[in-house]
Ligand binder design. Structure first.
Ligand SMILES: Nc1ncnc2c1ncn2[C@@H]1O[C@H](COP(=O)(O)OP(=O)(O)OP(=O)(O)O)[C@@H](O)[C@H]1O
Ligand code: SF4
Ligand SMILES: [Mg+2]
Length: 402
């Protein structure tokens, strides 16, 4: 599937044809047991998902822990082999490539990991860490390589003279900048950002997010940006994909996902996003997700979300939800949802009533930083409001639960 669109907020940034086409991707992990280590089951980490990432766009991918986000990110750049399905990068099926061809292709796609502490080799200097990909791909040698490393350090906001230092001499935010420099060394077109700010102090999350957005603008990069919650990806994503238990349940532009979501799970996730205005916080209708996420080794029949779905309960537990796995289908222009009753979900005001009036410019560094600052202010103000308000209890307790 292809589409051409221009982000209205950033006219210089063009979003073009499909760069990555993921078709019916499955990644299953065998569960081995007994002394002969026989396969006794499978963890269906990613279970038949299809989506595309367009040239120049940032696709946000969100969902609860263990839903398969990282496995998807790794499979998309073939750091993990799929069990079934295809991933095409710029028209090339990644599974069909020879080792040499894959090596060449790897130059075009990179990954930034969540944990800046474990993702850098503690025994290597920063210079060697950033030089490694230059060496692997024969991109620069000798003095030119040293100069390129200095240039990359400066590009990510670090002192170019730090090449002889070791990772432990840097803070978490600085280490993540080193990870970004390493990814940029080979001049990639596409980067999987796997929760690049989750492990960082709140005070520096916005700086790193800002850096990623600035680099995207400067080099026309395409990102798959993975995060736990919807608030982080809101201001930087051109489209957002929501994942639940190995499946994609919704995919669309921020205007759809944040203002008019068509999947009950997305509405439940939005319910957990703090609002800067304590009065609006008390007024809004929220759903609290109850029960644990089922095991991906034994997912529920039918719609995987049905044991936790508020709409299923509200509709009188329709049989279709228990027996038929809903397809990700188009519910509005460029907006897909995997729910048999997406039209009912679209009509609901649960989780989003607070979002509609607050227009933001998606995709700019300013909005990314402002967004994070607003989240933190919202959390602080909701906590303060709860302390002032003797009747309301915990700031997370809903005033209008559904
Ligand atoms: N190498 C592996 N072997 C077996 N199971 C795995 C492996 N990697 C991941 N899994 C399982 O696959 C499922 C999806 O894991 P994944 O790391 O992709 O989730 P995630 O959404 O990235 O979670 P988180 O938000 O915690 O990072 C989990 O149940 C996980 O335990
Ligand atoms: S298909 Fe049924 S159970 Fe699944 S999300 Fe929709 S209403 Fe809920
Ligand atoms: Mg992960």
């Amino acid at each position: 599937m292809t589409a051409a669109a221009t982000d209205p907020a950033t006219p210089a940034r063009q979003i073009g044809e499909t760069l990555i086409d993921v078709d019916r991707l499955k990644v299953h992990f065998p569960i081995l047991s007994g002394i002969f280590q026989r396969e006794s089951g499978r963890v269906r980490a990613v279970d038949d998902i299809s989506f595309e990432i367009r040239k120049g766009e940032t696709l946000g991918l969100v969902g609860e822990s263990g839903c398969g986000k990282s496995t998807t990110g790794r499979a998309v750049i073939r750091l993990r082999n799929p069990t079934a399905g295809t991933v095409r990068f710029d028209g090339h099926d990644l599974m069909d490539l020879s080792r040499g061809e894959l090596r060449k292709m790897r130059r075009r796609m990179q990954i930034i990991f969540q944990d800046p502490y474990s993702s850098l080799n503690p025994r290597m200097t920063v210079g060697s860490i950033i030089s490694e990909p230059l060496e692997t791909h024969d991109l620069a040698a000798g003095k030119a390589r040293i100069e390129r490393v200095r240039e990359l350090l400066a590009l990510v906001g670090l002192n170019p003279n730090y090449t002889d230092r070791y990772p432990h001499e840097f803070s978490g935010g600085q280490r993540q900048r080193i990870g970004v420099a390493r990814a940029l060394a080979v001049e990639p077109e596409f980067i999987v950002c796997d929760e690049p700010i989750s492990a960082l102090d709140v005070s520096i999350q916005a700086q790193v997010l800002n850096l990623l957005v600035e680099l995207r603008e400067k080099f026309g990069l395409t990102y798959l940006f993975i995060a736990h919650d919807l608030s982080v990806v809101r201001h930087i994503s051109d489209r957002v994909a929501v994942m639940y238990l190995g499946k994609l349940v919704e995919l669309g532009p921020p205007s759809a996902i944040y203002d008019a979501p068509g999947h009950p799970y997305t509405r439940a996730l939005l319910s957990a996003v703090p609002i800067p205005d304590p009065k609006a916080e008390r007024r809004r209708k929220r759903v609290i997700l109850t029960g644990d996420v089922p095991s991906p080794a034994n997912p529920p029949d039918g719609c995987r979300f049905h044991p936790r779905c508020w709409l299923y309960e509200r509709l009188g537990r329709p049989e279709q939800c228990r027996t038929e796995d809903p397809e990700l289908r188009t519910v509005a222009t460029d907006h897909r949802a995997a729910c048999h009753f997406a039209e009912e979900a679209l009509q609901s005001d649960i989780g989003v009533a607070h979002m509609a009036t607050d227009k933001v410019r998606h995709g700019t560094p300013q909005s990314a930083t402002a967004g994070l600052a607003a989240e933190h202010a919202a959390e602080a103000s909701a906590a303060a409001a709860a302390l002032d308000d003797s009747g309301t209890g915990s700031p997370n307790e809903p005033s209008a639960e559904v």
